[in-house]
Structure formats: C-alpha cells, structure tokens
Design a protein around this ligand. Structure first.
Ligand SMILES: NC(=O)c1ccc[n+]([C@@H]2O[C@H](COP(=O)([O-])OP(=O)(O)OC[C@H]3O[C@@H](n4cnc5c(N)ncnc54)[C@H](O)[C@@H]3O)[C@@H](O)[C@H]2O)c1
Length: 299
C-alpha cells in the first residue's frame, strides 16, 4: 500500500499537535467530570482501596453498587457510605465465577439499572519465590486479578456502547510496568490487566464509541495488608485514601492511564528510554520490591 506525501505531512501535524496538547494539559489539567447521581459499581469494595473508592465516590454524590466476596466487610463499607448520605446496594459476588457474575449483574440491572462506571478493583496476592508457589494459587491469582475483568466487562459494556457513555476503570499496579521479584504471579496478572485495558480501549475506538472511556490505574505499594512486606527507599507506602483520591482524580479527568503517585508515570516513561542493564541497578538502589512472603497463605 502506497503512502502519499500528504498523508505523511498530515500525520506529522497530528504528532506535533498531540505533543503540544499533552504538554498543555500538564499545566492545565482537563476539568473533572461530575459524578453526582451516577451509578458506580465497585468490585472488592469491602476492604482497602475498594472501600476508600466507595467512600470517595459517595462524597462526590454518586450512588454505589458494592460487590465483594466477603459479606461482612461489604456491609461495613455500605454502612459508611450510607452515613455519608449516598444510596448504596450491596451484592455478594465471587468475580471469578462466570455464573455468579452473570446472575449478580442481572440483579443489578433489574434492581438498580445500567451502570455508569465499573471499577474492577477486586484483587489478591500470594507472592513468594516462583518455584515454591502452588499451582492453585497461581491459577487463582489470574482468575481474580485478570480473568474476572472479562466477565464483568462482558456484562456491563454492551449498555455503555449502546448509550455511547460510561467508564471502565481497571485497577492494575506499578508492578505491571516493572516485573517484580517474589511477585511473579501477581506482577504478570497485573501486566495482563494493563494489556487488557489497552486492547479494549483500541477496540472501543474502532467501534466508534468515543463516549465510553477506559482507565487503567497503576498504584505503587499501598498499606492495605494485601502486600505484607513492601519496601521502597524513596517513596512512602501509599494510604488507601491517597490511592482512591489519585484514581478518582485521574479517571474523572478522562485519563486512560493513571499512576499513583503521578511521578511514577514519569519514572515509567523515563524507564522506557533506559538501557535494560540500567533498570536492575536503579531498582537495587531504590530497594523497591518485597521480601518473600513465606509466612502467608500457604493453605
Ligand atoms: N495494596 C497494594 O499495595 C496495591 C498496589 C497496587 C495495586 N493494588 C490493587 O488494588 C486492588 C485492591 O487491593 P487492596 O490492597 O485494596 O486489597 P484488599 O485485600 O485490601 O481488598 C481486596 C478486596 O477484594 C475482595 N475480593 C478478593 N477476591 C474476590 C473475589 N473473588 N470476588 C470478589 N471480591 C473479592 C476482598 O474480599 C477484599 O475486600 C487490587 O486489584 C490490587 O491488586 C494494590
């Protein structure tokens, strides 16, 4: 296929425009979308980041649909959401089960209606040396952290496409941008979430539905207990609230990729330009990573 000079020229103009536009938005961020009255479904809402996301969305006036496998914790989050004054519906759902996801999604559509924002947040982490990992733990990690995204998106995307409106937020991880020792299962499941979201973004664009937004979120380590022994010499471990605020701010400004903290995104971009031999040296210097988690979840 021949490429004309006019096409090359037009592409260059677009390249220059994209650079100038993104530089402009570093100084003047996009305005935040309003979520008052929007229906927000959050998986893994019973604890940690999911719980804080629920509370922040409630403060912004959204109505919440909370999914978790843990009934008690999910109801605990719901009580706090009600206390803030927001509407809330709770559902017990194991996101790894296609039947459970399908039946619960049906109930949501009947009882609440179509979802405006879907946040795929539920996640697990076993970790440890790759040669000591149990097969069932590796499989479960991918079931919860990666495959579940297919099941929820296949339930809620059709109505979003129909309305050409909606947001799908997938919580990935900083370990999706830099493979991490003793987290080979987790890190690779989160790389897959990043790829899933990128591919989905392109597919939605190709379907001509600019009103449906996707956002993948990569937080560094967060103090929720999920990761037992995180280490980072230069960055403090994030609180769940800081992570929720960073996530919501980025997604409401229409960003496709959100790093929390934001400077992590700068490091990832710089890293892409570095020689491969330099990366391990810098990781060693910053001591970022985890110790093997021998003492947890060996059942
Ligand atoms: N904590 C971190 O350091 C960190 C860093 C980056 C990204 N993340 C990601 O953020 C997300 C939330 O992590 P967190 O630290 O808040 O974890 P958390 O353990 O505090 O909470 C996870 C929630 O998911 C629920 N859950 C687990 N399996 C489920 C299933 N099969 N079905 C439905 N719900 C299920 C749990 O019951 C729990 O309420 C995860 O995707 C995690 O990978 C966490």
């Amino acid at each position: 296929m021949k490429v004309s000079l006019a096409e090359v020229f037009s592409l260059w103009l677009k390249v220059i425009f994209c650079y100038l536009e993104s530089l402009y938005h570093v100084v003047v961020p996009h305005p935040r979308q309003d979520v008052r009255g929007k229906k927000v479904l959050i998986t893994g809402a019973g604890h940690g980041i999911g719980r804080e996301l629920s509370l922040e969305f409630a403060r912004l006036g959204a109505s919440l649909i909370l999914w978790d496998i843990n009934k008690e914790n999910n109801e605990g989050t719901a009580d706090e959401v009600r206390h803030i004054g927001a509407t809330v519906h709770t559902y017990i759902c194991d996101v790894t089960s296609t039947d459970d996801v399908h039946n619960t999604a049906d109930r949501v559509r009947r009882e609440v209606g179509n979802v405006d924002i879907l946040v795929n947040n539920a996640g697990i982490l076993y970790g440890g040396p790759v040669l000591d990992m149990q097969e069932k733990h590796i499989r479960r990690t991918f079931e919860v952290n990666t495959l579940a995204h297919f099941w929820t998106v296949r339930e809620f995307l059709p109505a979003m496409l129909e309305a050409d409106s909606g947001i799908i937020v997938n919580i990935s991880s900083g370990t999706a941008k830099s493979g991490t020792a003793f987290l080979v299962d987790y890190s690779s499941s989160k790389y897959a979430v990043f790829g899933f979201t990128e591919a989905l973004r392109e597919e939605i664009d190709r379907l001509g539905k600019p009103g449906v937004q996707t956002t993948v979120v990569c937080p560094s380590f967060v103090d929720t207990g999920l990761c037992k022994y995180p280490k980072d010499r230069f960055n403090p471990i994030l609180t769940p609230k800081e992570t929720a605020l960073g996530t919501i701010d980025g997604m409401l400004r229409g960003e496709n990729v959100v790093y929390v903290p934001r400077r992590l995104g700068v490091l990832v971009r710089l890293g892409a330009l570095m020689p491969e031999t330099l990366k391990p040296l810098l990781k060693q210097f910053s001591q970022i990573g985890i110790d093997p988690q021998y003492d947890v979840k060996q059942d």
